[in-house]
Design a protein around this ligand. Sequence first.
Ligand code: K7E
Ligand code: CUA
Length: 654
Amino acid sequence: MQAHRSLGSPLTVALLSLATLTACGGRQANGSGGGAGADVLALMQARNLSESDVTAALKTYTPTGKHDEYYTFASGGHGGNLIVIGVPSMRILKYIGVFTPEPWQGFGYGDGGDDVIKQGFRGGQEITWADMHHPALSETGGEYDGKWIFVNDKCNPRVAVVDLSDFVTKQIVSSELIASEHGATFVTPDTDYVIETSQYPAPLGGVYAPVEQFNERYRGAMIFWRFDKVKGRIVPEQSFAIELPPYMQDLADCGKKGSDGWVFCNSINTERAYGGILEGNPPLESGSTQNDTDYLHCINWRKAEAVAKAGKTTTIAGMRTISLQTAIDENLLAFVPEPKSPHGVDVTPDGTGVVVGGKLDTHTTLFNIAKIAAQIEAKQYVGKDPYGVPILDFKSSIFGQCEIGLGPLHTVFDDKGFAYTSVFIETVVAKWSLKDLKVIEKIDTHFNIGHLVAAEGDTVSPDGRFLIAMNKWSLDRFAPVGPLLPQNFQLIDISGPKMQLLYDMPLPLGEPHNAQMIKAGKLKPIEVYKPIGMNPYTNEVDPSATVAGKERIERKDDGVHVYMTAVRSHFSPDIVRVKEGDTVHLHVTNVEQAKDATHGLAIGGQNINVSLEPGKHCNVTFVVKKAGVFPFYCTEFCSALHLEMAGYLLVEPK
Ligand code: K7E
Ligand code: CUA
């Protein structure tokens, strides 16, 4: 395809005048002696770049040594990890191991990260992958505060806490109350609670009931995980849940500003179909799409919190649970019909509305939270569902609907009163006005967009700068790599009157689903662990931290304790003598405080590899099952004598 260039356009004029300027003996842009402008035009021609290509490049290019304006935290999908991406350059800055071992960080290969991953095992089953969907940044007053990020696992219902002071996963919690989830993670505007909502109904508490008892025994639930902002940990004992009917609850979002105290959650399959193709039932996909509407769940979480505090709960699988009947009696749960098979539910930045996209609909619906709250307060209902949950009138609960195109999913916002909805089937981002519910513009995405993320997009004050379309299919966008193709993140500039597609980024780790984009300046990560001997998993100096000069090996009742230091370019001790069958406890401290002076410690044959960032302490316990000679060494090229940073684990036969 020939790029279109018009010689009179502002960019060409600018480039030509730059060319003239440099050609006339002005400053020379490079060593070749040619003018920069002339070079640019020649480059454009040689690479067949259009002017819009060049403006896109100018908007994303980040010169060497310069930092990005935003961090994006993208779910790693099947990878069970978080991907940290700089915007607008789209450079990957880090993978954070969360539910899955991450070798470079040593997460899950010997140190305290193993224990974090183990917190996520369910029912005695080891789980080392996750279907991560929705990261949620912690908020203060409805603004991202840059302190923590929470993530979920849809398949094995779990929530993880990642500390943004060192980008390390500190905790995983999981409740056997529910058997799968999807409406997670979403935070209340001051991060008092992290919300996790079940998806596929099952008997609560992980027990068995035949699927024929679906209506009577199967249930959904929304869990409110209490977050302790001082300790930076979820407190399961202070958490609670609300039992919900056996619809498939989907995504959730919290009210903000005037609507703080509410949480909204979609549902699909209000038909309560459960499949059974070989048993004479319709497949789930058709059984679950009979009704024209499903139910938007409106939950007054402040009321629910008070009900839980008053002890009106039943404990199921260790989780204090408000029964469906109590939720109805206490008037803290009501439904509003919502268009067929909804998916995204997104509260507007001003907190007055909530946008729902019906996957099988051509509209987005803007619900009016004040009207919903008033009707619930006045108990103005038009009916009840089979479980007695009150239902509000649809027309009395909305601002209106926007005719958006086929298959609207998720919605994000800017600072100018516009909403941006991903339209899956039409494979576009549709920009529309919240004020008059009119579509302003559509931009193609490649292909079949799922979530989209906007700069500071879930806060009370979005930035309106960049948007990333997170596309499910990439088809021909990248060089072929076999039948499993990468996902495609497309960076879009939304700051001007027209959207501009800037950049395609392949994501080859899993299906990311959602992401969060935060101003870079809001994060203040530490540079080194301080004081020396810090254990990242306790945020304290470890009692077993090794002080330089006090290295030693001690044989105790529970095994051999090796108090070791790492410093450029040796481990001390560097010879460790043990016996076959011994339990070895390595207490290794990187005693350096120079930025980026990271060491690694890998031991042959033991599946152990830990990362020792400056000041960090690791406790590694393992049993030497076999006699032999096992070299250990540093896995980070830390100095000129890095290869010499090595030692021997000598395991004598019994
Ligand atoms: Cu739409 Cu899990 Cu939020 Cu996938 S979900 S896209
Ligand atoms: Cu320490 Cu290489």
